[in-house]
Structures are given as C-alpha cells and as structure tokens.
Write a protein that binds this ligand. Structure first.
Ligand code: ADP
Ligand code: TRP
Length: 323
C-alpha cells in the first residue's frame, strides 16, 4: 500500500487539524509500505496571496508535522512545489479534463460563495490535486470527507487518460479519515480557521490558557446537574485528558454544584500536559532550521525520482516524448 496525502499551509495547525487529520497520517506511516506527505503550497497559493506569509506557513507546516511525530525515516516529507514534475503532469491531465467535471466541484462552488474571486487556479485546483496523487502511483489517499469529491475527480481523470492512451496511471482510492469526533471551537461551532475559533496546537501556555478561559458556555446555575455529552468543554477535555480524569469529570457534571471556570482550568492544565512534549520538540526543531531544510530536500529528491518515472510514462503514452 502506497499512501499519499497533502495538507495546505494556510495557517497554524489547530486541534481539529491534529485530531481530525494529522494524527491519522502519522499512524498510517507505520501501516503503509510507503507514505508520501507534502505541504501543498501551490494549492495554498490560490488563497494565501502574501509572499512572506506563504513561505512562513510552508516551513512552519513542515516543522509542525515533524514535531507531531512524522518520521522522515518512515514517510517521505516534502514541499509540493519542490517537485516540478507534478505541474508538468498537471498540464497533461488538464487537456483531457471536461469543464463540467470541475464545474460540479462543491469546494469550488463553496469558495465562490464565500466571495473568493474565480480564477483559473481555483477552478483547476482538483486537476493539480489529481497530478499530486497520480505522480506517485499512490493507491490510498487519506482525506477528510470534504475532499472525497476531489479523489473521485482524480479517478475520473485517470480513468479517461488510461482509456484513451492505454494503462498509465494507478487508480487511487480515497480513505475517509475518522472525523466522527468533529473538534468544536471556542464558540461551540466546528473548529476552523475560517470561523476564528481555533485553539492552535503550538501555542504558548499563557495564551492558550486565556483562550480556554474565554470558551463560551451556557448560563445554567452552578447547582444544576449537567449532561457531560455534547458539552464543548467536555468534548475538548476528552481529547487531551487521561481516561480517569475524564471519568471523574463526567461524575462532576452529573452531580452539579460546580462552575465552568473550574472545568476550564482543568482543561487548560490537561492541554498543557498533553502538548508539552511536542511543543518542546518543536522548539528544538525550530532552533535547527538547517536540519529541517535537509529533511525537506531529501524528501523532495525521493519524491522527484518517483514523479519523474510516472511523468515519463505519461509523456510517452500521449506522444509528447519520443517524437
Ligand atoms: P480549516 O477548516 O481550519 O481551514 P482545513 O480545511 O485546512 O481546516 O483542514 C485540514 C484537515 O483537518 C482536513 O482533513 C479537515 O477535515 C481536518 N479538520 C479541520 N477542522 C477539523 C475539526 N474541527 N474537526 C475534525 N477535523 C478537522
Ligand atoms: N486539497 C487538499 C485539502 O485542502 C490538500 C491536497 C492537495 C491534497 N493535494 C492533495 C490531499 C493530494 C490529498 C491528496 O485538504
């Protein structure tokens, strides 16, 4: 099994990104025969239009993944734009992609609805994503449910290329990440950069404590017993606190006679303990940026070697090589 996924560097990773995606990528690096993970900076360019910010998010994204446990001995970690073969392959795929296929993409329609200007990059985003996947002969692509349509588009594109020019690409399968526990944000809605309700993974203890103390709660009186299920503080607590503390907290909810302030303090303490080690590791990595650059350079080299063979196969199949 060859696993591949990409993550856009559009801002600091938050708890939702970690529990809903990154943690599972990291687990898959052990199960897979080969794993490729990349920072999708070319995709991010469709929304991040500030040069310094994009550079910073790209490098920070790589450091974050390493600090969280992505192991470059087990998985190939690289930056998307370091593999220009993918952009070349993208053009070959673009020539056979029906407009209607892209017009139906929900994520494109959503972005337009949010007020993003329609440009060719945004419209052809799924073709670049298809090139990302096909360039490495990936067969399993772990993604959030919102990305499944793009995997279907990739399969369509690969299928019609194979049909027209002969077997060229490996047909990939999407693997839906377990996002059953949608991580709630500080306002109780789904945690998301676009809602401004995130708790960043790599935050200072002081700032995170403040953010946690500001989480919105209801105004039921202290004495009243409360249902621990479906409560924002409890949902967050479950992610970062050990089982015995969670069980004890559930009891406290059921009995009543407590203030949300106490729960918030317990949550901030549990979060601090939970993230302490990776935050420390991140600081060490950030202090030795050359090592991180080396890891990314080595990753790009491995990724390019693979992508080159697939690109040549595709070029040969459609007659733009060997003439
Ligand atoms: P954002 O909504 O903050 O822009 P992204 O869309 O970049 O986040 O998400 C990257 C990955 O993290 C996706 O796989 C996405 O499904 C997952 N993810 C994001 N927010 C959450 C959340 N609140 N709960 C679970 N998974 C999440
Ligand atoms: N579009 C994906 C997202 O927003 C990121 C991505 C880019 C990706 N290329 C990919 C995911 C290839 C899987 C495979 O989350």
């Amino acid at each position: 099994m060859r696993v591949l996924s990409g993550i856009q560097p559009t801002g600091p990773f938050h708890w939702g990104n970690y529990f809903g995606a990154i943690r599972q990528y990291i687990e898959l690096q052990d199960a897979a025969d080969e794993a490729y993970y990349f920072i999708a900076n070319l995709h991010a360019l469709t929304t991040v239009r500030d040069k310094e910010l994009l550079r910073q998010y790209t490098f920070d994204g790589a450091i974050d993944l390493l600090a969280l446990g992505l192991n470059p001995e087990k998985a190939v970690l690289f930056v998307q734009s370091d593999v220009p073969e993918v952009s070349e392959l993208c053009w070959l795929l673009m020539t056979g992609t029906p407009m209607g296929l892209l017009e139906r993409c929900v994520s494109y329609k959503d972005k337009l609805a949010k007020g993003l200007k329609a440009d060719a990059g945004l419209f052809t985003y799924p073709v670049l994503q298809a090139a990302d996947i096909l360039a490495y002969d990936a067969d399993v692509v772990p993604v959030g449910e919102d990305q499944l349509q793009h995997i279907e588009v990739c399969r369509d594109i690969a299928g019609s290329f194979n049909h027209h020019f002969g077997e060229t690409f490996v047909m990939p399968k999407g693997k839906v990440l377990d996002q059953s526990a949608k991580v709630p944000g500080t306002d109780g809605e789904k945690m998301s950069k676009s809602y401004n309700n995130t708790l960043a993974v790599f935050e200072t203890e002081k700032k995170q404590r403040k953010q946690i103390m500001r989480i919105q709660t209801d105004s039921r009186p202290m004495e009243e017993p409360k249902d621990p299920d479906g409560d924002v503080l409890m949902d967050l607590f479950k992610l970062v606190a050990p089982d015995d503390e969670v069980a004890a907290m559930r009891e406290i909810y059921r009995k009543g006679g407590f203030g949300y302030g106490e729960v918030k303090k317990a949550l901030a303490n549990a979060a601090q303990r939970y993230w302490a080690e990776v935050r420390e590791r991140r600081e060490e990595l950030a202090a030795t940026p050359d090592e991180v650059y080396q890891i990314l350079a080595a990753g790009a080299e491995k990724a390019r070697a693979k992508a080159r063979t697939v690109l040549e196969r595709a070029q040969d199949a459609c007659g733009v090589a060997g003439w």
